[in-house]
Ligand binder design. Structure first.
Ligand code: GRF
Length: 226
């Protein structure tokens, strides 16, 4: 991927704190990437205004305007294709995508999910984790496949579950790790270091470990120089 060539489109549904991290990371780390657009399925998604204020192009494809999931996904895909992105990053995008959409962006579509997949796919992951009594919880950045919350894992981050945690406590703790891992993954993608091997597992050139842990001192990566 040549310099400045990595075009990224980010999809959001709400406040967009992960999107903000992605935008800031490209700027702060001077990555060879451009955030071509932030696209939302809700006109009132809070992250849209944040992006506009920073000069990032925005678009809205309101899912309520479409009769079917297929029609919405087709319109969304057309909106995305205008930017010819190398990667489409889902950042709190709360729509289930059709197989046709996923196929169209095969190998370019990345999601962040607030659990340690394959545990707890779907919604309400923090409630699911508390109900199950797990002692570690976290988040996963993965390639999107037609199976919901499934697909080759790019990075994972873990946080401890504490005795008195509410779902909100846990969500806030996980979010700290989400931001760190989506920042690092954005860097790897921008630098063209991410590939899939013959077993459909992710390889990241020059990165020995893609695991992150929230400690009292912040989020640490267990990467050792390879
Ligand atoms: C994040 O926890 C993300 O993993 C989940 O929804 C939340 C979105 O947060 N899918 P934000 O919009 O990125 O702040």
């Amino acid at each position: 991927m040549s310099s400045s060539a990595c075009r990224i489109v980010v999809l959001i549904s709400g406040r967009g704190s992960n999107m903000q991290t992605i935008v800031n990371t490209v700027r702060d780390r001077g990555l060879p990437a451009t955030i071509s657009a932030v696209i939302a399925n809700k006109p009132d998604a809070g992250g849209l205004e944040w992006a506009r204020q920073r000069g990032v192009p925005t678009a809205v494809v309101p899912h309520r305007d479409y009769d079917s999931r297929e029609a919405f996904d087709a319109a969304l895909a057309d909106a995305i294709e205008q930017y010819q992105p190398h990667y489409v990053l889902l950042a709190g995008f709360m729509r289930v995508l059709t197989p046709a959409f996923v196929e169209r962006f095969n190998g370019r579509l990345i999601n962040i999910h607030p659990s340690l997949l394959p545990a707890f796919p779907g919604l309400h992951t923090h409630q699911q984790a508390l109900a199950m009594g797990v002692q570690w919880h976290g988040c996963t950045v993965h390639f999107v496949t037609p199976v919901l919350d499934h697909g080759p894992i790019v990075a994972q981050g873990v946080v401890p579950v504490l005795a008195d945690d509410t779902p909100e406590d846990l969500a806030a703790r996980v979010l700290q790790v989400e931001h760190r891992i989506y920042a690092d993954v954005t860097g790897w993608l921008a630098e063209g270091r991410v590939t899939l091997d013959a077993m459909q597992r992710v390889q990241v050139a020059g990165v020995s470990s893609r695991s992150f842990v929230l400690t009292p001192d912040g989020v640490t990566s267990s990467e050792r120089s390879s």
